[in-house]
Design a protein around this ligand. Structure first.
Ligand SMILES: Nc1ncnc2c1ncn2[C@@H]1O[C@H](COP(=O)(O)OP(=O)(O)OP(=O)(O)O)[C@@H](O)[C@H]1O
Ligand SMILES: N[C@@H](Cc1ccc(O)cc1)C(=O)O
Length: 388
């Protein structure tokens, strides 16, 4: 993973870094060549991913996001997690109370992301957690100047079009501060010297602005990395149809926008499986999830199988037919998908097997938040008002 150079200083291996960056759940890397050349030129790599502080951490925000952090750690990239307290306040999360947001950021949120990173094989002690307000306090006028610089290079209509990065739509009544959120997120990247900004596909508009203004304003162009968004569990059939049509139309923008509206989201708890859900909750949520027989396109449960269950899997995944008792073992996600398409696996049996697997994968988070030191944090956040 790390190569030794003649000077004895360890350097990163360009091929390995690009391979780790491209590995699933990555959906887009802008661009692999630029990443490779950064490594070849010995530029230190600094990654970050940011989170709004609100609601509970789910499979998408926790596990999928942290998988990429683990991948990058494994090839020696410095990783940072940004706890965006000011952005959450601007976006009126947790009742719009900044003190509560800050407390939850350093408490529940940090713990939940740390345990998620551990579950996917990363090392939470090797990731730096940064609270937005602390960074802004430290940088003072320099941060404000960075926000202004980005704003001067970005048009109002571009900012309006980018409010999807805060889960809003252009047609909503937005405060001026919600518009300011966009240049702030771009300024965060440069204020921390980050050259690999990372987020789900819904964050790409901020990163594309950063790529466009970076060279001129800050002397470098970041390499943006976007991961796949897990759909919500409770798709209704018409939303699902729209999504499949958008995917098959080849119109990438339409597909992205359709998916953003139905992704697993912490402010729509019915769509989400949380990392500390009990075994009964897992079983009941998976049991109620949308999973049409034989449908392999945008099937939320197959997506969980592909991106989470099969990710670091060594042993086969077993599905038992409840009616006949027949057992089928799958070594790869492709085998499972094929059998599901051929209706050799019934949704009810897939649900059973997935519930069992997820309960096991999530056991460390459940333990941490119900029996361990995270318990009081979870109790606190469950009592708070989750505002969207
Ligand atoms: N369903 C998902 N699958 C994968 N990644 C996700 C998913 N939802 C959010 N993320 C990613 O997690 C990071 C934090 O997102 P965010 O805090 O907006 O989560 P959220 O659940 O959508 O919350 P909210 O409902 O408050 O918007 C972003 O990079 C985002 O792309
Ligand atoms: N926009 C991100 C949160 C975020 C805020 C600021 C950042 O610098 C990065 C990410 C989200 O909705 O989850």
């Amino acid at each position: 993973m790390l190569c030794s150079t003649l000077s004895g200083v360890s350097a990163l291996d360009p091929e390995k870094v690009v391979e780790a960056a491209l590995r699933e759940p990555t959906e887009e890397l802008l661009t692999p060549d630029r990443l490779k050349s950064l490594v070849e030129n010995g530029v230190p790599l600094v990654h970050y991913i940011g989170f709004e502080i609100s609601g509970l951490v789910h499979l998408g925000t926790g596990l999928i996001s942290m998988q990429k952090v683990a991948d990058l750690q494994s090839v020696g990239v410095k990783t940072k997690v940004f706890l965006a307290d000011y952005h959450s306040w601007i976006n009126r999360k947790l009742g719009g109370d900044l003190d509560v947001i800050r407390r939850v950021a350093g408490g529940y949120f940090k713990e939940a992301l740390r345990v998620s990173l551990r579950i996917v094989g990363g090392d939470p002690d090797k990731t730096e957690f940064i609270l937005g307000s602390e960074l802004y306090e430290k940088l003072g006028l320099d941060y404000f100047t960075n926000v202004l610089r980005v704003s001067m290079e970005t048009t109002l209509s571009r900012v309006r079009r980018s409010v999807t990065i805060l889960g809003r739509s252009e047609s909503e009544a937005l405060s001026f501060a919600q518009l300011l959120y966009v240049p702030m997120q771009v300024a965060d990247i440069f204020s921390m010297g980050v050259n690999i900004p990372h987020g789900g596909m819904d964050q790409r508009k901020a990163h594309v602005i950063a790529i466009e203004v970076g060279e001129k304003l800050f002397g470098y162009k970041p390499v943006a990395l976007h991961h796949h968004l897990l759909p919500g569990l409770q798709l209704d059939a018409s939303d699902w149809k729209k999504l499949v049509e958008a995917k098959n139309s080849g119109d990438k923008e339409l597909f992205r926008e359709t998916l953003v509206n139905i992704k697993m989201s912490k402010s729509k708890p019915e769509t989400a499986l949380f990392i500390h859900d009990s075994e009964e909750e897992i079983r009941s949520k998976i049991g109620r999830a949308f999973c049409p027989a034989g449908e392999v396109e945008m099937n939320p449960l197959l997506e969980i199988a592909r991106y989470i269950v099969f990710r670091n899997r060594k042993e086969p995944f077993e599905v038992v037919n409840k009616k006949t008792g027949e057992r089928r073992a799958f070594n790869t996600y492709g085998e499972l998908e094929e059998a599901f398409r051929e209706r050799l696996v019934h949704p009810a049996d897939l649900k059973e097997a997935l519930s069992r697997e997820l309960a096991e994968i999530l056991a460390p988070a459940r333990k941490h938040f119900t029996e361990g030191p995270g318990r009081s944090f979870l109790e606190e956040i469950k009592e708070l008002r989750i505002t969207r």
